[in-house]
Design a protein around this ligand. Structure first.
Ligand code: C2E
Ligand code: MG
Ligand code: MG
Length: 326
């Protein structure tokens, strides 16, 4: 079937190509009625797609377990926002020169009533595939602004808040209003807020990104490209994106002490960013050697377990105060 379907089709003057992803469920082991078998074949087909398409997968019990688990999580996630199960943790971002805390990045966690703390890598993709990401993202934005306001009222100055944006949010027509409202409601200025957009999301539709980012920038908000180096940046677009910061991805920082290629990538990225007038934040700095190497190459800001893990709100405030006092 795969072979037959992969042959080209003549449509008008064009030869068109298409491939198939096939899922199989077999009677009677997998199920005894048509409805069950079709549902299982469908699950297997989605698995075939996720493996890169153009292949055949059989339905298995593990696939079923994974599908059921996912559906359960998706169902639970639908009520997580309203029932207050989401929380933000805050990871400090430090100035490389003097170790001052210049900001924090808000990272969302889900305190699931039965499964405990769930990390965003598990539920953000589910939220992204459904419409849930919009309400989740809006909650994060508001909660982060509320928290910064509360810190400001406690006398904390000079610390900014960075929030991660999903693809749906970036391309959503209501984003601009949401950001402007969150700032206004909590009495913050644009410059108090940073928004992080992953490279792959920004490059998905570069022309649209440029206009969205420009509009956000006009509010005074600082824009970062997150996970830089892992997407497929077109450098001609990078220079057009009205951003302020490149965040050097953790995967390059990790082996910087042992892998000369990673050293080359880090130093070249720092130089590229500086030549484009952008600042650089290194992500995932875990060792003193990584810190001093990045520092010697002029990396502006750093974030990582060496300084602090993402912290709950009280611990974050204590960390910032301790650093400011020092
Ligand atoms: P990210 O924005 O690149 O955030 C950095 C991630 O690296 C965080 O993982 C952080 O805990 C982790 N990290 C920081 N320093 C170190 C280090 O020194 N070593 C190691 N091994 N890891 C470090 P986390 O919190 O699990 O978040 C993962 C991703 O989930 C984030 O990557 C971001 O893309 C996404 N995310 C988190 N919160 C939100 C949110 O509110 N909205 C959206 N759309 N995405 C979010
Ligand atoms: Mg981020
Ligand atoms: Mg990142």
């Amino acid at each position: 079937l795969l072979h037959a379907l992969a042959r080209s089709y003549r449509v008008g003057d064009n030869d068109l190509h298409s491939t198939a992803s096939i899922g199989l469920a077999v009677y009677p082991n997998d199920g005894e009625d048509g409805e069950t078998l079709m549902k299982e074949a469908d699950t297997a087909m989605y698995h075939a797609k996720s493996l890169g398409r153009n292949n055949v997968q059989f339905f298995t019990a593990e696939l079923n377990d994974a599908a059921v688990k996912r559906l359960t999580l998706e169902r639970d996630l639908r009520t997580a926002v309203e029932s207050g199960q989401l929380e933000l943790h805050y990871q400090p971002q430090l100035d490389s020169r003097d170790g001052r805390v210049v900001g924090v990045e808000a990272l969302v966690r889900w305190r699931h009533p039965r499964q405990g703390l769930i990390l965003p890598a598990v539920f953000i993709p589910i939220a992204e595939e459904t419409d849930l990401i919009l309400s989740l993202g809006e909650w994060v934005l508001n909660e982060a602004c509320r928290q910064l306001r509360a810190w400001r009222d406690l006398g904390l100055r000079d610390v900014t808040m960075a929030v991660n944006l999903s693809a749906h949010q970036l391309y959503s027509p209501v984003l601009l209003t949401q950001v402007a409202q969150a700032l206004a409601v909590h009495g913050l200025e644009g410059a108090d807020l940073g928004l992080e957009i992953t490279e792959s999301v920004a490059m998905r539709d570069p022309d649209a990104s440029i206009s969205r980012i420009q509009a956000l920038r006009e509010l005074g908000v600082r824009l970062s490209i997150d996970d830089f180096g892992t997407g497929y940046s077109s450098l001609s677009y990078l220079k057009l994106l009205p951003i302020h910061i490149l965040k050097l991805d953790r995967s390059f920082v990790r082996d910087i002490e042992t892998d000369l290629n990673d050293v080359a990538i880090c130093t070249a990225t720092i130089a590229l960013a500086h030549n484009l007038g952008l600042a650089v934040v290194a992500e995932g700095v875990e060792t003193e050697a990584q810190r001093s190497l990045l520092c010697s190459h002029g990396c502006d800001f750093m974030q990582g377990y060496l300084f602090s893990r993402p912290l709950q709100v009280d611990a974050a405030l204590a960390f910032i105060r301790e650093r400011q006092a020092a």
